[in-house]
Design a protein around this ligand. Structure first.
Ligand SMILES: NC(=O)c1ccc[n+]([C@@H]2O[C@H](COP(=O)([O-])OP(=O)(O)OC[C@H]3O[C@@H](n4cnc5c(N)ncnc54)[C@H](O)[C@@H]3O)[C@@H](O)[C@H]2O)c1
Ligand SMILES: [Zn+2]
Length: 380
């Protein structure tokens, strides 16, 4: 079992990537230590903070104070919140801002925010002066357990999400679990889908533990740190094995092939947050695995029950506006899945389950079986 049931705050998880190895520091109230940690890591570095307006309102002052406490002067670049900031225009704004702030090769960029800011600021850091180092200070649950770890950075193209980017690992990740107290409950739940994902895909004991402790994760007790640490350990281990996703890293896409199609079908709007799409997608992947006799229907039902018990959508019919606006027909969903960049040369690759706690990559899934399955799910 990967969850340590002891309360040592903070917890440090290492990401073993040779000369690009880094630590993820997780704990309640670790943000005030940011300045001293940066001073130790990069003495004399200049620092620029990239954040969004909402996060700035809650956490920029505390972040700047933490830096000032260690004698580090910082500049700030504040962009609009939301997915729309992962654009060429905002990338230009951030890159020019970093150059104007005289951020040079030995200096640091701090990404203070959710996955949008991590992806955007990380990508800007990877291209300004051919690459400056950056520190992730993830402020959403999704960013703490997923996007801040692993080095994928980028922006969206009019052709699709995350199509322009770079692998650029951070030099440090500081995940302060108290920062999540200002996150909306719906955003917190969406991030929790990715936490549950680590249990479902690779750690049955973690999944058992989440079933027992989810209440405390939501309320902010010690289980929150433990769940985030377990998630980071799971991701770090897979990333260390397969940094560039030529194999096992694809397991992290459990629920994402269906989920991305659902996000696209709802126009990447507030009807369905990414993590909510992953929740519905994970249940579809579990039920489809049961359909193929890979797992029992009761295991698939267990995944659905847990996600529903924390208030996540788990059925197509749970997606906001399903009754009024509908969703898409099975053929449209199939087309959207085929456009997903995880599809290789037209073949459908799915992450399916052999057990709760053991996912496998299945290439060449029969499209007609998927279509029939979706058709059935759409009709309730
Ligand atoms: N790089 C990767 O490996 C990876 C992995 C998963 C997702 N992503 C990307 O992450 C993005 C989604 O991340 P997200 O869900 O964090 O979205 P986000 O960054 O848009 O944050 C969600 C919302 O919560 C607000 N917010 C964030 N922290 C807050 C806090 N502490 N208090 C109050 N409000 C806060 C933000 O302002 C925003 O409005 C997507 O663009 C996705 O593509 C990247
Ligand atoms: Zn995801």
């Amino acid at each position: 079992m990967t969850v340590a049931i002891k309360n040592n705050n903070p917890v440090t998880v290492g990401v073993a990537l040779g000369d690009r190895a880094y630590d993820i520091v997780i704990g309640r109230d670790v943000l005030p230590s940011l300045g001293h940690r940066i001073a130790a890591l990069r003495p004399g570095a200049r620092v620029a903070i990239v954040t969004d307006r909402t996060v700035a309102r809650h956490w920029l002052g505390k972040t700047e104070a933490a830096l000032a406490d260690a004698g580090i002067a910082s500049s700030r670049i504040v962009v609009g919140e939301g997915e729309a900031s992962k654009s060429y225009a905002v990338l230009q704004e951030v890159s020019e801002g970093l150059i104007a702030a005289k951020i040079e090769r030995n200096d640091l960029v701090i990404a203070l925010g959710g996955g949008v800011i991590g992806d955007l600021a990380g990508f800007a850091a990877s291209i300004v002066r051919r690459g400056v180092d950056f520190v992730q200070v993830p402020t959403s649950l999704l960013a703490q357990v997923d996007s801040s770890v692993g080095g994928k950075t980028g922006i969206n193209s009019p052709h699709g999400k995350n199509l322009v980017g770079a692998f650029h690992q951070p030099v440090l990740v500081i995940a302060d679990t108290a920062v999540l107290d200002t996150l909306s409950p719906r955003q917190f739940r969406a991030g929790y889908a990715e936490v549950a994902k680590y249990g479902v895909l690779g750690d049955a004991e973690l999944f058992d533990w989440l079933e027992a402790h989810h209440g405390e994760i939501f309320s902010g007790g010690a289980a929150r740190e433990q769940a985030i640490a377990a998630s980071c350990r799971a991701k770090a281990e897979i990333v260390a094995r397969d940094e560039r996703e030529t194999g096992d890293r694809a397991l992290l896409n459990l629920g994402h092939t269906f989920g991305h199609a659902l996000e696209a079908a709802t126009g990447f709007s507030d009807r369905l947050f990414h993590g909510e799409g992953v929740a519905v997608g994970m249940v579809l992947a579990a039920e489809f695995s049961a359909r193929l006799n890979m797992i029992s229907p009761s295991d698939a039902a267990r995944v659905q029950r847990h996600l529903a018990s924390v208030g996540l959508p788990t059925r197509l019919q749970d997606i906001a506006g399903f009754q009024q606006e509908g969703l898409a027909d099975a053929d449209t969903l199939m087309t959207l899945m085929a456009q997903d960049k995880k599809v290789k040369r037209g073949r459908l690759t799915f992450i399916l389950l052999e057990q709760v706690g053991k996912a496998v990559i299945v290439n060449d899934v029969d499209p007609s079986a998927v279509r029939a399955f979706l058709q059935e799910k759409l009709s309730g």
